[in-house]
Design a binder for this molecule. Structure first.
Ligand code: CP3
Length: 346
């Protein structure tokens, strides 16, 4: 496999000093890119995920077009519930729909811990192809959803602001909930290990709905499972936990041994650093909607963000996924501002 020419992300995750801050954007492969929209017209969402040539092309688009320091695999967190036996649809402009969500013991009996090589082999084929085509330009980030966030969709059956049905399920049927969370965890460990074997250089765990839980429920329903995943992976590749809104548990997230922690824009970087301690890299935390500002304002705010984080142990990113209505030159301004910035010595 080609030697990495740009390993800023990996060195920053290992806590090493680098010449500048690395930058990528969550959901960087997607709808704000006209080149993505061309492929979206022609192929269905899961067809794009399941065809290695298409997944590879979409993964590499933001590297070519906006110049990010890392590629992230084009796929979705919901391919795991699919592989576990649930039907998952993506409805245009509405989001995910799981027509037969899990509500009862009988429903739980429909899901299984699959052989990932068999059911998700297309992901590993895509990773191998991406690594070939990247040819060492930048590292490749693999990913999976956190068990709690996947449970939210598997039980609620669709997107929600509160995921109250998923919560009710957990609070009314804790045994069922924990069996499901453990099955998702076991699948995810095998899935991420196979991503690494295929060539992923880093893995990120997306807990988009971790912040809906109280600190004690976050430990109970989310972090204890994330901890198992990090423990299984961290000696193979650097791991990043992004638990949106769960700033109250940054200390416990550091204690998992993860190399990086994602933070959103609702916490000051200094406070996140105090909570997380000095032995972990922080990733974030630009408000995605701020990319809708005029370019000079974006440059000013990105510079201020970089100054606030200070040198080292920081990966510049958004605090959540890029919005579909962001102009490409605004995304590029974000990336370029990070690449041009240098911390003043001392
Ligand atoms: C919650 C979640 C999902 N998927 C994901 C999360 C966690 C991150 C987050 O909170 O944003 C993760 C994800 N989804 C996608 C990626 C690809 C890699 C990347 O560019 O980051 C990643 C890392 C592609 C996608 N996944 C989806 C699209 C849009 C599909 C399209 O319209 O073409 C893409 C590019 C569809 C999807 N998939 C999901 C939703 C809610 C939706 C619809 C709404 C939306 O688009 O944001 C579930």
């Amino acid at each position: 496999m080609a030697i990495l020419k740009n390993d800023l992300l990996l060195r920053t995750l290992r806590g090493e000093a680098t010449e500048r801050t690395p930058v990528w954007m969550m959901r960087q492969a997607g709808r704000y890119l006209p080149e993505y929209m061309v492929l979206r017209e022609k192929y269905g969402f899961f067809e794009r995920c399941q065809t290695p040539e298409l997944a590879a092309e979409i993964t590499i688009q933001p590297v070519d077009i906006v110049g990010v320091d890392a590629a992230i695999l084009f796929s979705d967190i919901l391919v795991v519930p699919q592989a576990m036996g649930l039907e998952v649809q993506l409805i245009e402009s509405k989001g995910p729909l799981l027509p037969d969500p899990i509500k009862t013991t009988a429903d739980l009996n429909r899901v299984r811990v699959p052989d990932v090589e068999e059911s998700l082999g297309y992901v590993f084929d895509a990773i191998k192809l991406i690594k070939q085509e990247l040819n060492g330009r930048v590292p490749l980030i693999g990913f999976a959803g956190a068990p709690w966030t996947l449970l939210c969709y598997m039980v609620q059956g669709k997107g929600s602001k509160t995921f109250d049905e998923a919560k009710a399920f957990c609070y009314m049927n804790p045994e069922l909930a924990h069996s499901l969370l453990q099955m998702i965890t076991d699948t995810t460990i095998a899935y991420l290990k196979a991503q690494v074997k295929a060539g992923a250089d880093v893995v990120q765990i997306f807990d988009s709905w971790g912040g809906l839980l109280s600190p004690s429920d976050f430990e109970l329903l989310s972090l204890q499972y994330i901890r198992q995943i990090v423990a299984a992976l961290k000696d193979e590749v650097p791991t990043i936990i992004f638990a949106k809104g769960a700033w109250h548990s940054l200390d416990s997230m550091t204690a998992t041994g993860a190399h990086g922690l994602g933070i959103d824009w609702c916490i000051k970087p200094q406070l996140a650093r105090e909570f997380a301690g000095n032995n972990v890299t922080l990733q974030g935390n630009f408000d995605p909607a701020r990319l809708l500002s005029p370019i000079p304002e974006i440059k000013k705010q990105v510079t201020s963000m970089l100054e606030t984080f200070g040198p080292g142990k920081h990966i510049a990113n958004l605090g959540h996924g890029i919005l579909p209505n962001v102009p490409v030159d605004h995304a590029r301004a974000f990336v370029d501002t990070v690449k041009e910035f240098r911390h003043t010595a001392g």
